[in-house]
Design a protein around this ligand. Structure first.
Ligand SMILES: [Fe+2]
Ligand SMILES: [Mn+2]
Length: 363
């Protein structure tokens, strides 16, 4: 990051802090995604440890939202099935971070919770919902019954949290069952309209982002052209140079993508349809995980928050973002009396309040 960006962030930190401390917070949302592999390396659990510490000082007007991929690699198998113990262990770290906290906790599903959208996906979501409920006793998983549509969750009087199961959409498109997607879009539009007219801040939450400066958004570091396997884990084969294959791979991901990439046909239909609704309501927040980094982008008056650095890490491009870090952590979105808000990213090494008019112009 260049000097002027650092200076800009410092100035805006001061500016936002001044108004934030002078105003009463009405509700705070903690956003953490892709936290389902907390035992991968020594540092993999650091975001959840940090969240647990952070929540020790929190009151009731706080909601913690787990943005999907709560269990890697394939969601929650049946009790006697292979992989069940590992799945429980992976989810337990998230549950432990929130179990002594008195506010609201919500888990939404990602592609890994869905078993990558396979036919077994629904039963794995049900297993996860039941397991979370057995620990937290509060139906914290949405959608609890495997149902589709938009779920409106009450989080304070002035905020409307609208939750979508984006992997359900991707699965429906693949199975060519598009009927219900039209219903979902109509429902989303009427809920956005109703809450905007009521003067509420609208936060739409789903696992899959509409736009991302990370890998799923089609952004790769230059070294991916030489070491394309590096993305698939820090193993020895990640350091095999594959120059021509690397460029073909990166080009393919950018142009066509695979099922979990923004440019892919099925995912693209989700992006087009949901964007056509939320873009009608400037000032809306769209919060997601999926790319394993922390980022915030502003596109056409919509604030896109990406908070998928709950356990894994991957590349994010800084250019064009209001904030971007390849670091584990989470986002704190605070709403104040009078309709103002602040966005803060918290990692083990820093807390950064995002300035809304300071796009990063470096690489
Ligand atoms: Fe993920
Ligand atoms: Mn994902």
């Amino acid at each position: 990051m260049r000097f002027k960006n650092i200076l800009g962030l410092m100035v805006s930190f001061w500016a936002i802090s001044s108004f934030a401390f002078g105003q009463k917070a009405v509700h705070t949302l903690y956003l953490i995604g892709d936290a389902g592999k907390p035992h991968g390396s020594d540092a993999s659990g650091e975001a959840l440890t940090l969240l647990k510490q952070e929540l020790q000082t929190c009151t009731d007007s706080v909601t913690v939202l787990f943005l999907g991929d709560n269990i890697y690699p394939a969601g929650m198998p049946d009790k006697m099935e292979e992989g069940r113990k590992e799945a429980e262990k992976n989810l337990d770290a998230s549950l432990d971070a929130v179990k002594d906290f008195s506010g609201k906790v919500i888990f939404i599903p990602g592609n890994h919770d869905w078993y990558q959208g396979s036919f077994e996906g629904n039963s794995r979501l049900e297993n996860q919902a039941n397991y979370i409920d057995s620990v937290l006793q509060g139906h914290a998983f949405i959608p609890a019954d495997g149902g589709v549509g938009v779920q409106e969750v009450a989080v304070g009087d002035s905020i409307a949290l609208l939750v979508l199961d984006s992997q359900w959409w991707l699965t429906a498109v693949e199975a060519n069952e598009l009927g219900d997607t039209t219903t979902l879009i109509r429902q989303l539009d009427s809920l956005c309209a109703k809450n905007h007219q009521a003067g509420k801040k609208v936060v739409v939450a789903a696992h899959h982002p509409l736009v991302s400066n990370g890998l799923h958004g089609g952004h790769f570091p230059a070294r991916a052209h030489l070491f394309p396997l590096e993305e698939f884990g820090q193993k020895w084969w990640g350091y095999i140079p594959l120059p021509i294959f690397g460029s073909i791979y990166v080009g393919y991901r950018k142009r066509f993508g695979y099922k979990q990439d923004v440019v892919h046909k099925g995912y693209g239909s989700f992006v087009t349809s949901v964007s056509s609704v939320v873009n009608k309501y400037p000032g809306t927040f769209y919060v997601a995980g999926h790319d394993h980094c922390l980022q915030m982008l502003e596109v056409d008056g919509i604030y896109h928050v990406g908070s998928g650095a709950g356990s894994k890490l991957s590349y994010v491009k800084e250019k064009g973002a209001l904030f971007a870090r390849q670091e584990r952590g989470f986002c704190k979105l605070t709403f104040y009396e009078g309709g103002t808000f602040s966005v803060e990213f918290i990692t083990p090494s820093e807390r950064v309040l995002v300035s809304l008019d300071q796009q990063v112009d470096g690489e």
